[in-house]
Ligand binder design. Sequence first.
Ligand code: OGA
Ligand code: MN
Length: 357
Amino acid sequence: MTPLISNPYKLNTGNNMAPHTTKSVENGQVGTSSDISDSGLPTPLSHDCCSSPVLHPTLAEEALAVGLEIRPLLGQSFGAEVLKMDLVNKPMAPIVNVVRKALLAHKVLVFRDQDDLTPEKHVEFSRYFGTLYQHALDEARLPGAEDIVVVSNEVDEAGKKKGINGIEESQSRNGRRHYWHSDLSYMAAPPMGSMLHIKVLPADGSGDTLFADMVQAYEGLPSEKQSELLSLQALHLFHKNLSKEAYSAMDASARAVLENLPAMSHPVVRTHPETGRKSLFVSEGFTTGIEGMEEAEGQALLDWLFDYTSQEKFVYRHKWKKGDMVFWDNRMLLHFATGSELPRTLYRTTIKGDVVF
Ligand code: OGA
Ligand code: MN
């Protein structure tokens, strides 16, 4: 049987690079990296930019200069809509740096009205921000556009699943399909961001995606708690929520995929490589324990953190509209799929980030 969890990934070492990318060799793997600013690195933002839901005036002007309008989400402490974007026809090179700054400032960007976005353009745009992770399972990749992960609960005429949709209930440790997580956090260099494009919107308006702000969560802790967490490392495991029975029932090749993804240790509090800000980096989806702590003690701390971080005050609920393409920063946010009983399909790209520190 195949583990239908949205995860085992390999890096696309692709030759299909967007313009202005350079080849680099990291950890023995060839990848591509964006070369979008003069220095080759995005301009670091001042800390003031990120705590306010109000649009940074300079960024508003920069956006206008490249024909975009960025509107912070009303009544939310993070998130912005990007209007007047046309991911199919606009030349991307001039706007990429503005989008990157907007992502750092707002954490999640909602590009409206991208109904015509093709998988090829989705991939091309994503590659301006880094190398893409490709899903290891054939059934998760879009035929002809292998960098796209198909997130879907639909089946085709032959009854074959069109993509992946969380963890199968029958294979789940506790029957749950969806968990708060940061994509691929069990990798040494987890994704900086993911881009999700809605293809089939459930007719009843279900299927919201939740995002929780781990920067605010960290900053909201008392300083003693912050210092306690700063010294800790947590383990992240791809198949954390797969039941033991399901694991044992797997065929050898499927199990090999999981065995190639051993538990990965990351700091509980990470520092954002571009903004310098700290955030919590644990999730019920993948974090299995705290290094150097007894299992029960580590679990108690994690349970506390899972409850604390999922509080409504940290959460933005994205209600999908037709044509939406959402780009979020996995280094600052956790997200959660609420799922749907009705047909729902999205295409995702997953952009490699830095080793966590
Ligand atoms: C994902 C994901 C959320 C959703 O694609 O990484 O978690 O609501 N999707 O489908
Ligand atoms: Mn996800």
